[in-house]
Design a protein around this ligand. Structure first.
Ligand code: A3D
Length: 322
């Protein structure tokens, strides 16, 4: 049986870490594509030369030629410009739309049966654009955001409670912007509500609510916090880990239930709209969107986030990018 072929488009910060993580987990052979001459070749060689040390024998090919992604099973798109301090993800709409359009046209031509995970920002809009241009079935086109945002939320909870993050479960839904929705009521440690543990810690409901709200706000702004610290570029280790977790569930048919930017077709009351929702990822892509009970506040926040994504899509249409 041949190894899966995984094309990573964009050999920048995220694309390179993804290639290394794929190699470490031996998920498949990687083709790393970029428009900058020699860059993907250099990055690929660097990762490949860690093979003896890390003990992997998958191949990593760097290329500037789309023909090399021919018949890829999975395509992970990281091509695009990252934010600079002071920029919002939405400020990247114009420049990254042009990039994603050209990527979608080429993936459609050279890897027409691939499942596609996008990471480029503004995420929900770029996934929408890719799906429209490629005309791939919606279940084969998705975005990574919620796995990362949820991991950030879990990290802050674990640090606050001084417990291992391995025991924390918390999810972030909605669009990948400042209006994302960290779910408070379902956040738990082995089934124990995080709110109960905070009340136990502080002996006071109001203080516990304040601490939770601080973690929610930090989660929403976590990408910007890193952009501010790095000064140039945005987070790349954790977004790469998140994308590879999704890739693994698809390639190994794991059926993991993960927060995924997926196309709503009536779920949560929205039609033809890409948003972060819990979804089951398997060999054929997004095989199920799971509708969970949201509190009235969360429903309201979901609508606000959906409107934000819709506005971005309208902007793309007005600018004739879509
Ligand atoms: P960076 O290190 O600049 O890498 C991007 C790469 O894309 C560069 O090597 C470019 O040469 C390449 N590129 C540009 N145009 C094209 C093209 N037409 N075809 C192929 N490659 C091209 O950025 P990065 O890796 O840090 O970030 C990549 C994207 O991910 C940006 O849009 C970020 O905003 C986004 N991002 C998303 C998340 C999410 O969680 C959704 C997190 C962090 C960053």
């Amino acid at each position: 049986m041949s190894r899966p072929k995984i094309a990573v488009i964009g050999a920048g910060q995220i694309g390179t870490v993804i290639s290394h993580l794929i190699a470490l987990r031996q998920l498949g052979n990687v083709v790393l594509y970029d428009i900058v001459e020699d860059l993907p070749q250099g990055k690929a060689l660097d990762v490949q030369e860690a093979s003896r040390i890390d003990g992997f024998d998958v191949s990593i090919l760097g290329t500037n030629t789309y023909e090399d992604i021919q018949e890829a099973d999975l395509v992970i798109v990281t091509a695009g410009v990252p934010r600079k301090p002071g920029m919002s993800r939405d400020d990247l709409l114009k420049v990254n739309s042009q990039i994603i359009r050209s990527v979608a046209e080429n993936v459609r031509q050279y890897a027409p049966d691939a499942i596609v995970i996008l990471i480029s920002n503004p995420l929900d809009a770029m996934v929408t654009l890719f799906q429209k241009v490629s005309e791939f079935p919606v279940k084969r086109v998705m975005g990574q955001a919620g796995v990362l945002d949820s991991s950030r939320f879990c990290t802050f909870i674990a640090q606050e409670l001084n417990i291992s993050v391995k025991d924390v479960n918390a999810m972030v839904l909605g669009g990948h912007g400042d209006s994302m929705i960290p779910l408070i009521h379902s956040a738990n440690v082995h089934g124990i509500p995080v709110m109960d543990l905070l009340i136990q810690k502080y002996g006071d409901q109001k203080k516990a609510q304040h601490v939770m709200q601080t973690m929610v706000d930090r989660t929403r702004m976590a990408g910007g916090e890193i952009v501010g610290l790095l000064k140039s570029g945005s987070a790349f280790y954790s977004p790469a880990s998140a994308a590879v977790a999704m890739a693994e569930s698809i390639l190994r048919d794991e059926h993991r239930l993960l927060p995924v930017c997926a196309s709503l077709q009536g779920e949560y009351g929205f039609h033809d709209l890409y948003m972060g929702v819990p979804a089951v990822l398997a060999q054929s892509g997004v095989i199920k969107i799971v509708e969970i009970l949201l509190s009235s506040e969360e429903k309201k926040a979901f609508r606000v986030s959906a409107n934000h994504v819709k506005n971005l899509i309208d902007n793309m249409k007005n600018l004739k990018l879509l």
